[in-house]
Write a protein that binds this ligand. Sequence first.
Ligand SMILES: C[S@@+](CC[C@H](N)C(=O)[O-])C[C@H]1O[C@@H](n2cnc3c(N)ncnc32)[C@H](O)[C@@H]1O
Length: 336
Amino acid sequence: MGTGESVDIRALSDLCTPWCVHVVATLRVAEHIAAGTTRIEELAAASGSSSDSLHRVLRHLVGKGVFEEPTPGRFALNEPARALLDPPARLALDLDALGGRMAHAWGSLLSAVRTGEPAYDEVFGRPFWEDLQAHPDIAASFDALMGPGHGTPDPEVLVTGGWESVRTVVDVGGGTGSLLAEVLRARPTLRGTLVDLPRTVARSGEVFRSAGVAERVTTLGQSFFDALPAGADLYLLKSVLGDWPDREATAILMRCGEAARPAGRVVVLNGVSPDGEGGPSPALLMMVLVGGRERSLKEFRQVARAAGLEVQAAERQPSGRFVVECRPIRRAAGIG
Ligand SMILES: C[S@@+](CC[C@H](N)C(=O)[O-])C[C@H]1O[C@@H](n2cnc3c(N)ncnc32)[C@H](O)[C@@H]1O
């Protein structure tokens, strides 16, 4: 921890620069420049914006080290500006897509802190998941950011034992299937089931086809709060539990445990940190978007136990991901 002596509170609380970055990302200014449109009047015309206002925004950013203005009114990319050409980075900043939801949701932080409850609905009229349901275009950008946007997932998801005993895998809340596709691609004898909301599962076909695993996949468009397909060897929960408060996280784990009983395993990827390590800042974004939280391993053990699961192992993998493996708690003879 630093002493904070070098922290300038005005610079830290400046909202101007983050908004300017979001605006130029939304207007695709970096793409226009990369395509050869460099004069401010032409950039304004290409992006459908006011030349004077865009000029002021770009000059502010040049002053902050993003973009260059080699001659007055003509702009060029520099290294920081080139980062805006990266599709996932741009998607996360695009105010017309999910980036706008993430940016404006911070406006609900004060209410969230005062009440301890997410206040996303104060800004968007509905809770986050209902908002996605009501806006298919925003939901599509969410799925794109979650899946391809986060790069190719590491298929090494096991903590104890080898893959020999694993024949079937269910990816619960698996998005458009990028993790399951990699797991199946790495192990040609495995079969997999993708469970997610119907609109998201509907976007998984191409992911499985391009990985060459489509024949070994079943897709289920359903809620993970309902009964899950039973009897698989492995249930994966990647970047799911951190989206939910304890009550809902317990319910999801309970559904996994019921389906995995007696011999399956439940492996949780992301959303749990080793005891003593603070959760990273995306956990705060989860707080304002969905009321979710990063859990310490100790906190997670309690949630898992309430769901009928026992933590068997937990480790940081070479990719940096922290993985926790659980098994259903054995019931005493004569019960269940
Ligand atoms: C943060 S994303 C993680 C997706 C994927 N596991 C990954 O790591 O890329 C959370 C996922 O939970 C899904 N989800 C949210 N509510 C759900 C529900 N009630 N039933 C099933 N899936 C749900 C979302 O559609 C989304 O795909």
